[in-house]
Write a protein that binds this ligand. Structure first.
Ligand SMILES: CC(C)(COP(=O)(O)OP(=O)(O)OC[C@H]1O[C@@H](n2cnc3c(N)ncnc32)[C@H](O)[C@@H]1OP(=O)(O)O)[C@@H](O)C(=O)NCCC(=O)NCCS
Length: 186
């Protein structure tokens, strides 16, 4: 059966090569990629990334480096079927049951609760179905929107790592937000 997480307004399912047009709309946008490690992708770069990463999605993640790579597809309305964002969630250290995740919302669909809805459902699914004890979001300190979302998800700011990444030409302070399975499920 095809992997699928359903929320009130979204279907989360693996990214597919046929998502190219929808992904191009936001993956080419400068504001969207500012704090994520992608260039402003051209159509060719979107296709290349899809061809490279979409087949690597795993429905069940158990080993170091395994990841879910999920499109957020609108369930209803005028844009039914459109992909308006995406999530990734990986096993980083199996022995510690340590996972990291991330999220992106299409610029025309932000501030409507989609990232929260998708991320909450994904965390819930991940903690229920995989051997995961702790999930972390690494966030550029110039990206407070993302930090607010992490806080709304119940994540805790555990530290600021001064100039820990050289990112797109600048040294960046990184925030680490985290949540434990026991905290999420409480
Ligand atoms: C961060 C991001 C995913 C938020 O997506 P979104 O769909 O707009 O988020 P939601 O509508 O679900 O909002 C959830 C919460 O996030 C916070 N938030 C989102 N956008 C915000 C903004 N512009 N200013 C302040 N807080 C914001 C708020 O706490 C919000 O809750 P509230 O509406 O109750 O105040 C989106 O801005 C984005 O895609 N940014 C570019 C990609 C990126 O930087 N990803 C994260 C990399 S770490």
């Amino acid at each position: 059966m095809t992997f699928r997480i359903e929320t009130e307004r979204l279907i989360l399912r693996p990214l597919a090569l046929t998502d190219e047009d929808d992904l191009l709309e936001y993956q080419s946008h400068p504001e969207i990629v500012r704090y994520i490690p992608w260039p402003e992708r051209t159509r060719e770069q979107v296709r290349e990334a899809l061809e490279k990463y979409a087949p690597l999605h795993k429905d069940v993640i158990t080993e170091n480096g395994d990841f879910l790579l999920l499109a957020w597809e609108l369930k209803d309305g005028a844009n039914k079927g459109k992909v308006i964002g995406q999530s990734n969630l990986s096993i980083e250290r199996k022995e510690d049951q340590y996972s990291e995740f991330g999220y992106v919302t299409h610029q025309n669909f932000q501030r409507q609760g989609y990232a929260f809805e998708a991320s909450r459902a994904l965390l819930d699914y991940a903690f229920r179905n995989f051997a995961i004890h702790r999930i972390v979001a690494k966030i550029d300190s110039r990206n407070p929107e993302s930090a607010h979302l992490a806080e709304k998800l119940g994540m805790r700011l555990e530290g600021t790592f001064r100039e820990s990444e050289f990112f797109k030409g600048d040294w960046c302070d990184m925030w680490e937000y985290a949540i434990l399975k026991s905290e999420f499920q409480a």
